[in-house]
Design a protein around this ligand. Structure first.
Ligand code: PQ2
Ligand code: NAD
Length: 201
C-alpha cells in the first residue's frame, strides 16, 4: 500500500493516545504542535509525561485499554508495547470507522507519522513508507540545515501580500518574481539554463 501525503486539519477532532512510554511521549509532543484535544489512556504514566499533560490541560485516563474504548474518539494512536493489542485495537478502529495509527505495524495504520521540518509556515514531511524511519529522521536533520531561516520572514511577507493583492494575473506575476528572487538568493540553482519552472531562460 502507498500512503498519500495530505495536510490534514485536526481542528474539531478528538485524539486518543494509548500508551505513555518513550514513544507515546514523542508522538504526544508532535501532536501538540497541531491540537490539544488529546486524551491519554495508559496503564502507567511517567513524571515527564504527567507534566506535559498538566501543562497542556490534556485528559489523562490511567487504566488498561478495554474493548470499545475507541468509540468516543476520531483518531486513535496506539503506542503500547503490546503487539497483539496494537493489532486488535486496529480491528476495533475499523469497526467504528476511526482513523488509526500504531507504532509497530505500518500495515495496521491508516496514517503514519512522518519526520517534519518546520520553519514558520513551511513544513516538509519525510516518509519512507515505514521502511526506514531512521532515514526519514536523517533527511529531516539535513533539511533543517539546508532550508534557511529567511523562509520564516519571507512567508510572513507573502501572507500579507496575498491579502493585499486581488487574485489575477498581475498578482501571479508579482508572486512568481518574488519566489524566484528568494530561491536564487538562498539556494544553489541548476546551471542548465532553466528557470524554476523548467523553462529555458
Ligand atoms: C519519522 C518518525 C516520526 C515520529 O515518530 O514522530 C517515525 N519514526 C521515527 C524514528 C525512528 N523510529 C524507529 C527508529 C530506529 C531506526 C529504524 O528502525 O529505522 C527511529 C530513528 C531513531 O529513533 O533514531 C523504529 C521504528 N519505527 C517504526 C517501527 C516499527 C517497525 O518497523 O516494525 C520501528 C522499529 C521498532 C523496533 O522494533 O525497534 C514505525 C514507524 N515509525 C514511523 C515514524 C512511521 C514510519 C515513518 C516512515 O518511515 O514513513 C511508523 C511506521 C509508524 C509511526 O510511528 O507512525 C520518527 C523520526 C522523528 C524525527 O524526525 O526525529
Ligand atoms: N514507531 C516508532 O517510531 C517506534 C520507534 C521505536 C519503538 N517503537 C515501538 O513502540 C512501542 C512502545 O515503545 P516504548 O519504548 O514507548 O514502550 P514503553 O514500555 O516505554 O511504553 C509502553 C506504554 O504503554 C502502556 N501500556 C502497556 N499496555 C497497556 C494497556 N493494555 N493499556 C494501556 N496502556 C498500556 C504502558 O503503561 C506504557 O506507558 C514498542 O512496541 C516499540 O517496538 C516504535
Amino acid at each position: 500500500m502507498t500512503y498519500m501525503p495530505l495536510l490534514f486539519s485536526l481542528e474539531g477532532k478528538k485524539v486518543l493516545l494509548i500508551g505513555a512510554g518513550a514513544i507515546g511521549q514523542r508522538k504526544l509532543e508532535k501532536l501538540l504542535n497541531y491540537t490539544s484535544s488529546i486524551t491519554i489512556m495508559t496503564k502507567e504514566c511517567s513524571h515527564s509525561m504527567k507534566k506535559i499533560i498538566h501543562e497542556n490541560k490534556l485528559i489523562l485516563i490511567t487504566k488498561s485499554y478495554e474493548p470499545n474504548d475507541v468509540k468516543d474518539y476520531d483518531i486513535i494512536i496506539a503506542t503500547i508495547d503490546n503487539l497483539d493489542l496494537q493489532k486488535s485495537i486496529y480491528q476495533e478502529a475499523k469497526k467504528y470507522s476511526k482513523l488509526y495509527n500504531c507504532v509497530d505495524f505500518p500495515e495496521y495504520c491508516d496514517f503514519m507519522f512522518p519526520s517534519i521540518v518546520q520553519k514558520g509556515d513551511l513544513q516538509i514531511a519525510f516518509s519512507t513508507g515505514g521502511y526506514s524511519p531512521g532515514l526519514a529522521k536523517a533527511l529531516r536533520a539535513l533539511f533543517e540545515r539546508i532550508i534557511p531561516d529567511a523562509v520564516i520572514p519571507f512567508l510572513e511577507e507573502m501572507k500579507v501580500l496575498r491579502k493585499m493583492h486581488p487574485k489575477g494575473e498581475n498578482r501571479q506575476k508579482i508572486f512568481h518574481d518574488k519566489v524566484n528572487v528568494f530561491v536564487k538568493q538562498h539556494f544553489i540553482m541548476p546551471t542548465n539554463g532553466e528557470d524554476l519552472n523548467g523553462k529555458t531562460r
